[in-house]
Design a protein around this ligand. Sequence first.
Ligand SMILES: O=C(O)c1cccc(C(=O)CC[C@H]2O[C@@H](n3cnc4c(=O)[nH]cnc43)[C@H](O)[C@@H]2O)c1
Length: 216
Amino acid sequence: MRVLIATAVEVEADAVRRGLGDRDDLVVAPIGVGPANAAAATARLLTLAEAAGEPYSGVLSMGIGGGFADVVDLGGLVVATRSIAADLGAQSPEGYLTIDELGFGRAVSEVDPALHALLRGRLRDAVSGDVLTVSTVTGLAGRAQELRLRYPHAAAEAMEGAGVAAAAATCGVAYAEIRAISNAIGPRDRAAWQIGAALQALTGAAATIGDSLEAL
Ligand SMILES: O=C(O)c1cccc(C(=O)CC[C@H]2O[C@@H](n3cnc4c(=O)[nH]cnc43)[C@H](O)[C@@H]2O)c1
């Protein structure tokens, strides 16, 4: 299976490439931070590949992320069961309204069942759960609590999954997401972020899934 692995930034792409080694059918590309950059860049890469006669059949959003501390440890891995655009909606005095409730689309992107099963099968120590896509990194206890209550099955948050998923859906390509946890979701404490451990976990995950992705 020819798969595009979309990371936000170059250091994440390098961490994934280190784990994959040289592989013809697995391409790693940094697509920018945030859902809009991710959607635009991923759609471009998928479309260019199709036009060149070498279409991708899957796209994997992969990178570091924040984790809910009661669900996953720093340095741990999360395989997304769904990617959810968690701040695409409207505030109201009665509470948050999702984009679905507003009647303008879907906040939830389903992952491809076969790709998800493969990732779960290979990454036995990974936590499975919803991964939230946010445009603002959570940095307050109250916001973390709000997200926890609204999305009880969430394990992690990051900034690209829903954008990559939108591009994949537009281009008719299978989609999945993996996050390596660099920080706990809650009051911002940048000094406590363990980016090195998360990048190592990304490398390990890439090494573990590489063979089976190529063979899918
Ligand atoms: O500062 C560094 O050395 C460094 C190295 C690699 C990556 C970064 C990033 O900041 C990447 C931004 C990327 O990280 C995701 N992320 C990480 N933690 C969170 C979070 O708590 N909430 C939301 N997103 C998070 C996100 O996907 C960004 O694109 C820095």
